[in-house]
Design a protein around this ligand. Sequence first.
Ligand code: BG6
Length: 468
Amino acid sequence: GPRFPQVVMLVGATGDLARRKLLPGLFHLCSSGFIPGCRIIGVSLDELDTEGFRAAARSALDEFGSRKVLPAAWDAFAGILDYVPLSGGAQALRRAVERAESSLGAPECRRLHYLSVPPSAALSVVRMLGAAELVERSHIVMEKPFGTDLASAVILNRQLHEVFDEEQIFRIDHFLGKEPAQNILAFRFANGLFEPIWNRNFIDHVQIDVPETLGLGKRAGFYEQTGAYRDMVVTHLFQILGFMAMEPPTALEPAPISEEKNKVFRSMLPIVPADVVRGQYSGYRQEEGVDPDSDTETFVALKCHIDNWRWAGVPFFLRTGKRLAEGQRIISIAFREPPKSMFPPGSGVGAQGPDHLTFDLADASKMSLSFYGKRPGPGMRLDKLSLQFAMRDTGLVGEVLEAYERLILDAMRGDRTLFTTAEGIERLWQVSTSLLETPPPVRLYEPGSWGPKAIHQLIAPHAWRLPF
Ligand code: BG6
């Protein structure tokens, strides 16, 4: 049947993610004509009515939307919003969807159920959708983290499959929806220059570094249960690692791409707790909603290995944390140094670290390639120079979608290229098992720093690429 119109059910519609990303994203998709004629049903624990939800949506757009909200566009968007509180149960959901379908004049239309709820609540919502008979003609988007460890992810997958078929399930990881993340695939597989050196013979190590300046805001309840490893590493950072490390897929299609990523995850060695630095920023335990004895980490740095032909012996260093010195999202490849140096001692070669190829996952792609070159003047003095690329400077403009917008649209269209699989996620929990069971102690770090001091030992004899 036709893809549009659809009924979108947004569960967790008043939560942090919905306010920051999902409602502004749906607004943009709607006002730019990507999702013609849809209706959106907000669902949450809050006892609101439709007017109350429209007001909440409006304030979310005003606070977090990156685009101007024109009156006509707002009226059109507000007009497609409905609301039902979760307390109404399965029957209320069912009636709301039927009302939406009949007001669209499309009783057989497709549906998208977006579950923006914590892992502990996901299953009961899935069951409610089953009880409401809202399964056929539907896709369901599940937010990360998907489960909290291997056992819970396996159970969640099994129980999810009691209600939905695998083809209906879209496990989202919004980092894969970022333009620069997809550009990694283009860069690697559309060019002949880099792929031949993309391996252990030329690469010394890889860093995936995502420091954030943000604190927790109002998310303490979620974050206390989650921590930086589950929130960022087992999800976003490992998925990006999959794109960086995978073999060329046989086609740019969902199954071959997932297969290659899953092969990377299968080759990953279990994370060794001794290769992990867990940190917590000073002051975290005093924040509202945080246990005064909390052991939750707000920072993780770790070393991991992909033990296959391409990557054996090449360490991957990952880091992320809250309230750090800078907000960055970079992937940096350090190349091996030349086998012999003909430059006299003191010429500067090697002093500023190895050559790097760096991807910046900012909103628009940026890349740089650093190398040694000659400093102008007599004699031979070397300096680190670089080639810089910024998509912004190219004048290339497309209809740019933010990560969540792109992925919501793909889920509505049934395109799973940028979604994760049950197998991949279970494997990533599996490699995390000993870390989750015997985590190293959290070390305090100062807000505004780069994390606990132990991060330098972790990466020695190399050094963190950041700060630039
Ligand atoms: C989310 C995490 O998935 O990603 C947040 O839950 C984090 O803790 C966010 O801040 C970072 O996303 P982005 O797109 O701002 O880099």
